[in-house]
Ligand binder design. Structure first.
Ligand code: AMP
Length: 288
């Protein structure tokens, strides 16, 4: 396994692979890897086969964090990530630093961004202004640098996957995007690098997200007719109240393909929510 930190070296490798017709799979991450990330690595390997190459990028992308967010304290452990990638049969860990990814930015001379204007408006986009501009920009850059045939994302970030798929279509990136299912802990909490912030009792309280989805799913599947979203919102509010340190940021019910909000919820509608548990902001989603 190679660890590549410069864009130039990664581009050289990518060009060589292209010349030889080698299939390439990319798994973009911010590191502090867990089983959720590793499931994407396995999905990538499955797609490119034993003769293909799997690249895991590890980069905590500053442009997708807001000024009051957790960029500085985001958990990092490159040594451990490298070990996990090696054990998983990853071919290349691409771990650039900020100067590599955003040349000139520190001096105010970086000025090109990629913006998706529709699917990125609601939910995470509304709650975290500028977040998706950072995501689409860094992912577009990674696509140009690694030139993958397939890129794998997790359904944990449902809206992000939709925004990236739209960007790939709209900008003609010559690759396929795969979205892999959410990997959860035994108690139902979606795996996340940010779970590290949850100490003691807060970790248990983090089950409110999945419990909210399950409560809504029960309500929707047992209802005789489509349930009003306003009613389900208040149901979610009640579940969230069972965790003393949890505060709802948003909950949305929407069509999974278009992300359009719906007023009446029926089986097949998608639900996503963001909840602060203590100071930690967690997200989750699921099909109802
Ligand atoms: P992150 O490192 O949090 O930026 O995530 C990198 C990729 O891993 C994204 O495509 C996420 O959606 C995906 N991912 C994160 N957590 C999970 C999970 N629990 N299950 C599946 N995919 C995940």
């Amino acid at each position: 396994m190679r660890i590549v930190t410069s864009v130039a070296a990664m581009l050289r490798l990518a060009r060589r692979w292209r010349r030889h017709g080698t299939r390439v799979g990319l798994v973009p991450t911010m590191g502090y890897l867990h089983e959720g990330h590793l499931s994407l690595v396995r999905a990538a390997r499955k797609r490119v086969g034993g003769t293909g190459r799997v690249v895991v990028s590890i980069y905590v992308n500053p442009t997708q964090f807001g000024p009051r967010e957790d960029l500085a304290r985001y958990p990092r452990d490159l040594k451990r990530d490298v070990r996990l990638c090696r054990a998983e049969g990853v071919d290349v860990v691409f771990a650039p630093d900020d100067a590599e990814m955003y040349p000139g930015k520190a001096a105010g001379n970086y000025s090109t961004y990629v913006v998706e204007e529709k699917l990125s408006q609601g939910m995470e986009g509304a709650s975290r202004p500028g977040h998706f501009r950072g995501v689409t920009t860094v992912v577009a850059k990674l696509f140009n640098i690694v030139q993958p045939d397939v890129a794998v994302f997790g359904a944990k970030d449902f809206q992000q996957a939709a925004v990236i798929k739209r960007m790939v279509r709209d900008l003609n990136f010559p690759l396929k995007t795969l979205v892999a299912p959410i990997v959860r802990e035994l108690d139902g909490v979606a795996m996340s690098s940010r779970n590290k912030y949850l100490s003691g009792d807060l970790r248990q309280q983090a089950t409110v997200l999945q419990r909210s989805i399950q409560a809504v799913r029960r309500a929707v599947t047992t209802a005789k007719q489509p349930a009003p979203a306003v009613q389900l919102r208040s149901l979610v509010g009640k579940v969230i109240q069972t965790a003393p340190d949890a505060r709802l940021d948003y909950v949305e019910f929407f069509e999974p393909e278009t992300l359009s909000p719906v007023a009446k919820v029926s089986p097949g509608t998608h639900m996503a929510l963001a909840v602060f548990v203590g100071g930690t902001r967690l997200i989750d989603n699921g099909r109802l």
